[in-house]
Design a binder for this molecule. Sequence first.
Ligand SMILES: [Zn+2]
Length: 454
Amino acid sequence: MKIFNSLTGKKETFKPKIKREVSIYICGLTPYDDVHIGHARTFINFDVIVKFLRFVGFKVKYVRNITDVDDKIINRAKEEGIPALDFSKKFIKEMHDDFFSLGIDSPDVEPKVSDHIEEIISMIQSLEEKGYAYRKNESDVYFDIQKFKDYGKLANRTLDQLSAAERTIKDLNKKHEADFVLWKMDTDGITWPSPWGEGRPGWHIECSAMSIKYLGEEFDIHGGGLDLKFPHHENEIAQAECATERNFASLWMHTGPLRIEDKKMSKSLKNFITVKDILKDFHPEVLRLFFLLTHYRSPISYSKEGLENAKRVLDKFYTLFSDIKTPRKFNEDKTFREEFISAFQDDFNSPKALSLLQAYAANTESGGDLSSDKLFTLKVLLNSLGLLLDEAENYFKYGELELSDREIEKLISDRNDARGNKKFDLADEIRDQLLKKGIVLEDLDGKTIWKKKS
Ligand SMILES: [Zn+2]
């Protein structure tokens, strides 16, 4: 298996530390808003990678964190007048619901920052003892990048280039403008006591501390979206390697950026697309296939046409299985399986693997050779990518009934929450929204039941 390593800039033969086992850490979400399609791309890509590693027989330990301590969370929670951790809890639930709908497997460990303050403090202490951390005039605690000779090795930047880039911001408490915060002194929002005083961790330290806790000081793969490469991942390397005096992750993987019809996605441009928006119109596997038609490292431009195109491809696959039930036994086409694996394991080349699957399906059709051996070989391979997991009947019916039972229950629970919080306008709005979709609510003895309008 070959994987492109962002650290060396080369495709390398993958050699895990322990034979047939893979330890992998992916930077997860900061839960303060709905999951958008940029997130969906990153986490679907890594989901496929982990699924595939397992498919070819690796034992994988997959850790994906949750950044539940962050200024954006603290500010949004303040606006809503609720504690920061209650605020993030709500969006963690939304994230889990969205990931579940998208068929993204749960990681083996999903650590939260708020549960790892002890590990974080002890890592900062160790950096301080070794002379890599400092503070001036009771300021925040900073990492001294000039003490780490390898600083910039991931982003391929020198200290001079960093100084030039950061020249505009002058913080008198810092020795170098690119020094970053390990412990932020604060008494507002969400804070913990520490040897330096009340405050909270800086952003980067959490991932070094949590990855080491669950995967050890040296592990196989660390990844995330390309936007995290600098400074987040660079800083993670600096902290971890200075604290442990060992090499941190051997291989760094980054998923390419996503744009909306060739524009940056942002709320101000009103082109912010959430996972929920897409799932109203498209089966989740359509979105998955849309991403897989592009290599995980390449930039991708989202458009409705792109999704329609992915849907046409997926429709064809599902059509093959319209009236067929999976047989209890079939002989797998081992030659084709190997061909598929060898394409995919060349840096997870999903476009190439998918074109092989499409060609294989086309041959099966035209040659009149609808042997169930071939068909179900195709299905097993598509399943390995998280595709063709639905029944064809359900797939083709997707979107016909506008709301699933689960979505209705969710809206009812949102309405009850709104009523509990005396937000009656919102509660009425939800009731009307359901009514428009033909769902009538009845409140009986403190319970809400629903039925379809006849
Ligand atoms: Zn991280």
